[in-house]
Design a protein around this ligand. Sequence first.
Ligand code: SF4
Ligand code: SF4
Length: 164
Amino acid sequence: MTESNKDVRTIPDCKRRAAGPVVVIECFQKIPCDPCHEACNQGAIGAFDDINCLPEIDFEKCNGCGRCIPRCPGLAIFVVDETWKDDLALVKLPFEFIPLPCEGQRVYGLARNGVELCEAKVIRVENTKGHDRTPVVWVEVPRTLAMDVRHIRVGGTSLDEQED
Ligand code: SF4
Ligand code: SF4
């Protein structure tokens, strides 16, 4: 996704992304839905004037916690941390497929259209009762691809196995 075609209401600009982890909401269709607002205890996702409105985000209030990710039925919410480490970024994404990856496993980072973009390392898998069957997977990807990797394909070997 280029800077020019971002929706300014739901996509943080590069300056905000450079300041730390932040939500990215790729919700562009007006549908009757608003649990993202209820999920955010930081007040970063504004109240909806109309249930069909698109979410509006105050990126300065967002701390990148990811609580809103599993609450979105459209799987449209991500968190991106372009300050993660060196030339790597962290992407937190919803993942409703099986098998779930394991922490430390090498997977493939995919674009929105399913095209394979890069290898990615799984950092954490969140799958508590509160996630209500929408696990959130944290993956480490090249920083240049932080705004492009939006899904993963599981099928690699673990990094530990590779290093043996
Ligand atoms: S990531 Fe956390 S702080 Fe940011 S919008 Fe989602 S719930 Fe709110
Ligand atoms: S919960 Fe998801 S689909 Fe519903 S309005 Fe929020 S971002 Fe859009």
